[in-house]
Write a protein that binds this ligand. Structure first.
Ligand code: CDP
Ligand code: MG
Length: 704
């Protein structure tokens, strides 16, 4: 990364000649969301830029199969358009208006806001669904927020999504893999006359594609049917197939951009000093900081707290708040509560605050220039999470967040030269930087066989597709004709999990350890059961040792889960053991749901008591493609069997420094090295046993 040269610890920004911005109102609460009467909410709604376009939006939706709406973040697209549709009658006769979001936290936050605006209880007329959490009431819910992934799952049961009258695919510029899949599928469903199966058409379904940036042209071209595919004369009357485009004019204030003079070497420390700088020099107004993930955010908060201890003056009035997925409800609420008088909220966020959520009161933005991104290399077959530079498009969105209530300032922790000459213009759609195993299963379950020939907004690479097919064949999810196998393939498609986790569950049924494996599956489905605690690493490592199993992390999770169930006061117990209480509750919840699904699939719950060999074998049956071997005489260097890639055990694993000879891992995180997360020891002979096709040509690499 070009600008990652050593530089000054304390960022120096070019001088600001204006001497700061005049503060126009000292009452940030004036535009907040909480505890407002109905009349006040109505007024707030009418002040949003999208309100002026209400009639036009409703007209376009009535007359066009697809309407593309582009508008600045905060203009009211997400919270208002579903309400306009409901007011205009689109939810009458038992129909439902759907609005998708790529992020779970956004689904929860916006649905809560819309329920509040409509004066109804969340879960009734306005509801939401995310994976493992359904807050809707059948027959009552009229406006439903859901993740794009959940909508794809619903399509498996009801391919034409018959209960919905309008589907709004929101945040389309994010180009998440699920959004792209939905765009491809919905184009087929909504443009009735190009759907091959005539009876299955749904000309009455309306689509809204909404986006914060100008990708309207790409979307227009995608949804505009080419001439030769037009319906023959005399076909059923319906809406116009040519999409409508509407641009909602924003009302953002100007934002002054500051760059660092020299590249910074530690962006977290730079963030902290910039916060203090703002607090020292600038008039009131909240600060929004873009960091890459929970770990960064907790570190920055910790540093701010230390600063507050040592130097109370420059940090006085600061109110640091984290914002990342996995926050509890009450933590989320804090983000949206008005800033108390005399205080300055500092929201430290992942890129969720880039466009998905609007935060009132933000006047200063600090942009680290990084975000956590998924990358996939089809050659090594490794998908990993990497802290990588953002695009110019993201940088512009981030700075825009400072101009919401009045003119603002954005502090970019990279140089202007870097921004102008090296930062990539646009991000790459997730479809083109992901492992496609899940995508292929989902599409196969939806009856789409020719995946490369499918009409995608951005086609995936053939190489990645071939890799996915190879793994799926070895997992016995696809047969020789690349069709889903019965029952395995169909069962895997039904489980709302990563296919490797699903396969592990199915294998556990035969190995007699489904009870244990379902617990492991629940733990692997959440981010982490451990709290991220800076400065108490040693104590946390000691706590981990109390549960550590020589077999690895998966078996350790079983010990943690058992301890949690046996504890008399679970929240105190978690605190004492450096475990995240919210995450553990979630594990119990997910486990219950998985048990129900497993029963439906005919998997009997059976415990293997302490036969951990059965458990490790079941894990291997799912994750054999991630097998690695320790390099002889190396200091913890592993090579993947698949691609001979160099990988290491992550320091958070109980096998860190233990370095057993053979392991399989769940996922890879890349920093300066590629680290394996969630690692378990295996016997290499199991690999050829569970996946003979996969490993038959790799005997040399495996010479045990
Ligand atoms: O979707 P878009 O970015 O166009 O805007 P929105 O999310 O509908 O937000 C419209 C307004 O609702 C903004 O002024 C937000 O600050 C406000 N809002 C809020 O106060 N609390 C929420 N939980 C969500 C939105
Ligand atoms: Mg929105």
């Amino acid at each position: 990364m070009a600008f990652w040269k050593p530089g000054t610890e304390k960022p120096r920004f070019e001088e600001d000649g204006e001497g700061g911005i005049v503060f126009m109102s000292n009452n940030l609460a004036s535009s907040s969301s909480s505890s407002y009467g109905y009349a006040n909410i109505e007024k707030q709604r009418q002040r949003l830029p999208v309100y002026k376009y209400r009639t036009e939006i409703l007209y376009l939706v009535e007359n066009h199969a697809t309407t593309i709406i582009v508008g600045e973040t905060g203009s009211g697209k997400t919270t208002q358009i579903p309400q306009y549709l409901k007011e205009a009658g689109w939810a009458e006769g038992g129909r439902v208006i759907a609005c998708t979001q790529p992020r779970r936290l956004a689904v929860q936050a916006v649905s809560a806001r819309v329920a509040e605006e409509m004066g109804v209880n969340l879960g009734e007329e306005v509801g939401y669904t995310i994976r493992f959490e359904d807050h809707t009431t059948s027959g009552v819910t009229k406006v439903k927020f859901l993740t794009d992934g959940v909508l794809i799952r619903e399509m498996m049961e009801d391919p034409l999504l018959t209960k919905y009258s309008v589907i709004m695919i929101d945040e389309a510029h994010e180009r998440s893999i699920s959004t792209d899949i939905l765009l491809g599928l919905l184009k087929k469903v909504s443009q009735s006359n190009i759907v091959l199966v005539i009876q299955r058409r749904r000309p009455e379904l309306r689509l809204i594609i909404s986006s914060a940036t100008i990708e309207a042209k790409t979307m227009f071209n995608f949804f505009n049917p080419s001439k030769k595919r037009h319906a023959p004369e005399g076909s059923a009357p319906g809406p116009k197939l040519e999409p409508a485009i509407l641009s909602v004019e924003g009302r953002g204030f100007s934002v002054k951009i500051h760059y660092v003079e020299e590249p910074v070497s530690d962006y977290i420390r730079s963030v902290v000093s910039t916060i203090l700088l703002i607090n020292e020099r600038e008039p009131p107004g909240d600060v929004l900081v873009f960091l890459t993930g929970q770990e960064d955010i907790e570190t920055a908060i910790k540093l701010l707290e230390e600063e507050a201890h040592s130097n109370q003056k420059n940090s006085s009035g600061l109110l640091p708040l984290p914002l990342y997925s996995g926050l509890s409800r009450s933590e989320q609420d804090l983000i949206f509560t008005p800033t108390p008088r005399g205080k300055r909220k500092v929201i430290l966020s992942t890129n969720i605050a880039e466009t998905s959520l609007t935060l009132e009161g933000v006047v200063y933005v600090i942009d680290s220039g990084f975000s956590k991104q998924k990358f996939y290399n089809p050659i090594s077959d490794i998908e990993s999470l990497v802290v990588a530079p953002i695009s110019k498009a993201s940088a512009r969105q981030r700075s825009g967040r400072a101009g919401r209530v009045r003119p603002g300032k954005c502090y970019r922790l990279y140089t202007e030269d870097y921004f102008l000459n090296q930062m990539p213009g646009e991000g790459i759609p997730e479809m083109q930087r992901s492992n496609l195993v899940s995508t292929v299963i989902q599409l196969k379950a939806l009856g789409i066989d020719n995946i490369l020939g499918f009409d995608w907004p951005a086609p995936p690479s053939p190489q990645a597709m071939i890799r996915a097919l190879e793994v799926l064949y070895s997992l016995q999810i696809l047969d020789d004709d690349a069709k889903l196998t019965s029952p395995t393939g169909f069962q895997v498609a039904e489980l709302p999990l990563d296919p490797m986790i699903s396969k592990m569950i199915l294998a556990s049924s035969e190995l007699g350890c489904s009870d244990e494996i379902i617990t492991i599956a629940a733990v692997l489905s959440i981010q982490s059961v451990w709290i991220i605690a800076r400065g108490v690493q040693k104590e946390q490592d000691e706590a981990k040792l109390r549960f550590a199993a020589a077999e690895g992390d998966h078996v350790t999770f079983l010990n943690v889960y058992k301890g949690f169930l046996d504890s008399k006061k679970p929240s105190q117990w978690c605190y004492k053991n450096f475990l995240n209480y919210q995450s553990m509750k979630k594990v119990v919840e997910i486990r219950d749901q998985l048990k129900r699904i497993a029963r439906r699939l005919g998997i009997t719950l059976k415990s293997c008591d302490r036969d951990m060999e059965a458990v490790r074998k079941a894990v291997t049956a799912g994750f054999f493609a991630n097998a690695c071997r320790l390099e002889p005489h190396s200091n913890g260097v592993y090579k993947t069997i698949r691609g001979s890639e160099e990988v290491y055990i992550h320091p958070s694993s109980v096998l860190f420094r233990v370095n057993p000879k053979w392991v399989v891992y769940q996922s890879i995180v890349s920093t300066e090295r590629q680290y394996m997360r969630n690692v378990v020891t295996i016997n290499p002979s199991w690999l050829t046993e569970v996946a003979p096709h996969f490993y038959q040509n790799r005997q040399n690499a495996m010479s045990f």
